[in-house]
Design a binder for this molecule. Structure first.
Ligand SMILES: N[C@@H](CCC(=O)N[C@@H](CS)C(=O)NCC(=O)O)C(=O)O
Length: 208
């Protein structure tokens, strides 16, 4: 099994977390997204038409993109994905929320801030930060009543949401107004096989 990835990516971090917690061996294929390596003709044609990482190659010649699709594929039949139909749908609920409300706001604001692509005073950046705060307020309401996102236990939904939520301060979104999220982050970090910090962006992150 191969994972095409760029280590500072929190989308890739989700997948690497689950692979580690499942104890699965894999070959990491580094993709330099700032050198255009995810937009070659081969990458577009064979790996991901959207030109992004992470991409999983679970067996030679089969490629799966979208971090959350990869998480659900890998989690199938394991303790990280409930069997009960409704509980699974709740896992999906939070993973869709992540792609809709968390990643495009906190993920994009973090990327812009860390690579200097938007000035602090820009309206578009401020808008993403405000939407990120709104997403965290939603999570806070839920986590104030539950130790984990679904079924009171650790699932792929927690792996998925942890990735960008724990990086919120790097996106200009403070975590201090969200005590239930802060406690949940510690609970996730305490899980066996926790991956540790996301590596920083590399020196070439400012090139495009
Ligand atoms: N929704 C996708 C987003 C993937 C994504 O945005 N990947 C970024 C790195 S975090 C990337 O490959 N960017 C390169 C590009 O867009 O050219 C997922 O969850 O996997």
């Amino acid at each position: 099994m191969r994972l095409y990835d760029y280590l500072p990516s929190a989308n890739g971090y989700k997948v690497r977390t689950l692979l580690k917690q499942l104890g699965l061996a894999y070959e990491l294929v580094p993709v330099d997204i700032f050198a255009g390596e995810s937009h070659t003709a081969d990458f577009h044609a064979n790996k991901n038409p959207d030109g992004r990482i992470p991409v999983l190659e679970p067996e030679p010649g089969r490629f799966l993109a979208e971090s959350n699709a990869i998480l659900l594929f890998l989690a199938e039949g394991t303790r990280f994905l409930p069997e009960d139909r409704f509980a699974r749908a709740q896992v999906h609920q939070w993973m869709f929320f992540e792609q809709n409300a968390v990643e495009p706001n906190i993920g994009t604001a973090r990327f812009w801030l860390l690579t200097g692509r938007q000035p602090l005073e820009s309206d578009v950046l401020r808008n993403r930060i405000q939407n990120g705060e709104r997403a965290l307020a939603t999570l806070e309401r839920h986590l104030g009543k539950h130790p984990f996102l679904v079924e009171e236990r650790y699932t792929v939904a927690d792996i998925c949401l942890f990735a960008y939520v724990h990086l919120a301060p790097e996106a200009g979104v403070a975590l201090t107004p969200f005590p239930a999220i802060t406690t949940w982050l510690e609970r996730v970090k305490a899980q066996p096989g926790f991956l540790g910090p996301v590596p920083p962006y590399s020196a070439n992150a400012h090139v495009r």
